[in-house]
Design a protein. Structure first.
Length: 332
């Protein structure tokens, strides 16, 4: 069952006896747990009919015992099991999944892991209950998710501003939601969350960041690239070299993909590169500046710089010098 489908049923007050929420992305699991904790029962009912267990402290039989209780002065009770990935005999929940207590809503948060779909518990949950797998989003999916969250809340944001947010926050959806909430407090409903707003309220420079560095490399702008390298050197905590190298590596990997998928339409390339279609033109422009052989040499330069940044190869060289030398090799 999808995240959207589960939320639709919750909107309609349709509750399943068991919600088994598993997977690598904690954000979607946390969102569903929050709704079930706060919406199934009213405040007066929660005192006697809502309990929270923790996987490190219980076994499957403890969960079953709690779930089989009858509610007091309420139609339902809610049992939430957090950190359920620590329950060693989790498969023993199969007997309860086969015959659940109809008046109980059992919510199991099984983060960072998945059940073995070949085993009996997973099959029973998939057949009779809500079994949800929360998957990590690709970078382009995070960008689309950010745009959708902001649009649905009644605000505007450009693809470039989204890219700036991703540059600063990364793919941590929980943290991203917090940053978006902060930005919405300082922009009027219906207004635009611009690069300037992000710079003023989150702290990232709209002119000196990895996104702008990639743009400078694509355009062959030596002066701008070196200004950014100098800024990074003055602010190393916010701009670690290892992150910059990783992002530039990813960038040129995508440029190589443009070369190897010549003839595709922009929309088809967006799917291959896993980026917003808005940015495809940047990669195609870079492919005209850097032919395939040059891109392959750049990948070698990046691997060498990564090793030197980690102390391999000897020599006492600063991160700023490593980056400047790398940029020189790329741009010449």
């Amino acid at each position: 069952m999808t995240f959207e489908a589960i939320n639709k049923e919750l909107d309609e007050k349709k509750y399943s006896p068991i919600y088994f929420l598993m997977g690598e992305e904690p954000y979607f699991i946390d969102q569903l747990v929050h709704r079930l904790e706060n919406e199934v029962l009213d405040e007066a009912e929660k005192g006697f009919n809502q309990s929270v267990l923790y996987g490190k402290d219980v076994k499957a039989e403890d969960v079953i015992s709690e779930a089989k209780r009858f509610p007091m002065m309420s139609e339902k009770q809610v049992v939430v099991v957090k950190e359920a990935q620590h329950i060693r005999n989790i498969e023993d929940l199969k007997s309860y999944a086969d015959q659940p207590q109809p008046s109980t809503v059992l919510v199991i948060a099984y983060k960072y892991k998945k059940l073995d779909k070949r085993k009996a518990l997973s099959k029973s949950l998939a057949k009779n209950h809500v079994l949800f797998e929360s998957k990590k989003l690709y970078d382009n999916q995070v960008a689309d998710w950010v745009s959708k969250i902001i649009r649905n809340a009644g605000y505007k944001i450009s693809p470039k501003a989204v890219a700036l947010l991703l540059e600063f926050v990364g793919s941590d959806l929980g943290r991203m939601q917090q940053e978006i909430d902060k930005l919405m407090l300082v922009v009027e409903k219906g207004g635009e969350i611009s690069a300037d707003v992000i710079e003023r309220n989150i702290g990232i420079s709209k002119d000196y960041n990895n996104f702008e560095l990639q743009k400078a490399l694509a355009e062959g702008d030596v002066v701008k690239a070196n200004k950014i390298a100098h800024y990074f050197a003055q602010n190393p905590k916010d701009n670690p070299l290892v992150v910059t190298i990783s992002l530039v590596f990813s960038y040129f990997t995508k440029v190589i993909q443009v070369h190897t998928h010549a003839g595709m339409s922009p929309n088809e390339l967006a799917g291959v590169l896993r980026v917003n279609p808005y940015f495809v033109k940047d990669y195609t422009a870079a492919s005209r500046r850097y032919n395939l052989n040059k891109c392959l040499r750049i990948i070698g330069y990046l691997r060498e710089a990564d090793g030197r940044s980690k102390g391999l190869g000897g020599g006492d060289i600063s991160h700023e010098d490593i980056l400047r030398e790398l940029l020189f090799k790329i741009l010449h």
